[in-house]
Design a protein around this ligand. Structure first.
Ligand code: TRP
Length: 447
């Protein structure tokens, strides 16, 4: 591997960094509110199905392409099919990374704000907090700057180091919170909402939301796993790595729901609060819990770190592209791209009450997303663009590069893959693109 591109220093380094990318606000903040908006357990069921049947086999494909050609998404496509229009999906990935980073950084800023609120013991009014530009913009800027400082440090120096220690602590804390939450008075109603499926609640919108959330949570569909795969050595087993990543990611999301829904129903609140859900429920939970402020502060610290390992990966994709393809210095590129993400995120930061214009933006119809600019960005980049990107990339990998080459690459370092090889080839060429295509058609009201 060309020395200047860097490589993960160990197997665990890669799995932790990729799991660090996957695990983040998507699990703790986005998953519960989307479950809440989509009626609970039936959605969870569809979600888990998509993770296993589409997300995981698709993840093999992105990792294989990245490791095979050792380039960023645009460069990877260029290496396989020089001068073709397929490159556009690589650019889409780069833009999607920026788009997600822009609104994700805003929420990450809120998370940092809540560390402080827990320390002073007064969560205050959430609506007022997110509607105050003089609070949320500096917090957002702070988060982007920290992200840039770490990405600045390079692959193994920066990204790897951070993911290793803090994720296990986060896991243990979540277990403790689940125990507390499910023993609250009235918790059973929350558990049945979350775990007893009522399949009549499934609609076209629910299905797209589940698919989009699966891609979002696993960091798929924009070439992040191509980029991270490009730093993985040939000796490594891509199959077990991907299984671990998907398993941890899904486990953490399910655990977050086990904290949120019992507590939510015990407090008698509605699950349909949208993006504000966890920020309203959790602080209240911490307030009534003995010693809860310390636990709460620790929780928001760890959540900020989980968000950080995700924003690092979001920034890494556009940075890797510019560094590889324009031969600019990594250090300069990091700051330019981070600044662009910050500018792009300002409307999202202002869309929660600070500015009437951005709060009622509404390009995307109401039946698909809430009208504030942040929700609209989350729909465009966090759902639609990832599903569309995965659709095009699965066709590119399955048909243009060739499923055979992809399967050979996956098999390198994981010989047991030969048993599932034929099934996987069918999935990447037919099953995955067809299912995504149908869901996207449905989105435009074709059925
Ligand atoms: N998966 C992250 C989360 O759940 C968000 C994220 C980070 C992401 N990098 C990504 C989503 C790349 C899609 C693509 O919080």
């Amino acid at each position: 591997m060309a020395a200047h591109r860097g490589e993960w220093s160990s197997k665990l380094g890669f799995v932790f960094a990729a799991a660090g990318s996957a695990i983040g606000l998507g699990n703790i903040w986005r998953f519960p509110y989307i479950v809440g908006e989509n009626g609970g357990a039936a959605f969870v069921f569809v979600y888990v199905f998509f993770v296993i049947a589409i997300g995981l086999p698709y993840m093999f494909a992105e990792l294989a392409l990245g490791r095979s050609v050792q380039r960023n998404p645009v460069g990877a496509i260029e290496a396989i099919k020089p001068g073709s229009a397929w490159k556009a999906v690589g650019y889409l990935g780069v833009i999607t990374g920026l788009g997600i980073l822009s609104f994700y950084g805003v929420i990450a800023g809120w998370t940092v704000g809540y560390i402080y609120k827990m320390f002073v013991g007064n969560p205050g009014n959430f609506g007022q907090f997110i509607g105050d530009p003089l609070t949320v913009i500096p917090l957002f800027a702070f988060f982007i700057i920290i992200t840039a400082l770490i990405v600045h440090g390079g692959v193994s120096g920066g990204i790897e180091k951070w993911s290793k220690i803090l994720m296990p602590i986060f896991f243990i804390l979540l277990v403790g919170l689940i125990v507390y939450s499910v023993t609250l008075d009235g918790a059973e109603k929350g558990l049945s909402f979350y775990l007893m499926p009522d399949f009549s609640k499934i609609s076209g919108k629910t299905i797209l939301a589940a698919l989009g959330q699966a891609f979002f949570s696993l960091s798929l569909g924009m070439g992040l796993m191509i980029t991270y795969g490009s730093y993985v050595s040939k000796k490594e087993n891509l199959v077990t790595s991907a299984v671990y990543i998907a398993l941890f990611d899904t486990l953490i999301a399910i655990m977050a729901g086990l904290v949120i829904f019992p507590a939510l129903f015990a407090m008698g609140k509605s699950p349909e609060a949208g993006p504000t859900l966890v920020f309203v429920v959790l602080p209240e939970l911490f307030l009534q819990m003995p010693g809860g402020l310390i636990v709460g502060a620790l929780f928001f610290i760890l959540l900020s770190v989980a968000a950080l390992t995700s924003t690092i990966s979001l920034l890494e994709v556009p940075v890797a592209y510019v560094v590889d393809e324009m031969k600019m210095s990594r250090k300069t590129v990091v700051w330019i791209v981070a600044f662009v993400a910050f500018l792009l995120g300002l409307p999202s930061a202002l869309s929660q009450g600070a500015s009437a214009y951005w709060s009622h933006f509404g390009w995307i119809p109401k039946r698909l997303a809430s009208q504030d600019f942040l929700s609209q960005m989350s729909f465009i980049f966090g759902d639609f663009s990832l599903a569309f990107g995965a659709f095009v990339l699965s066709i590119f990998i399955g048909w243009v590069w060739g499923a055979k080459y992809a399967a050979d690459e996956i098999e390198t370092g994981s010989s047991a893959f030969s048993k599932g090889r034929q099934l996987w080839i069918f999935m990447i060429r037919y099953f995955i693109p067809v299912i995504i295509f149908l869901i996207l058609l449905n989105l435009f009201g074709i059925f």
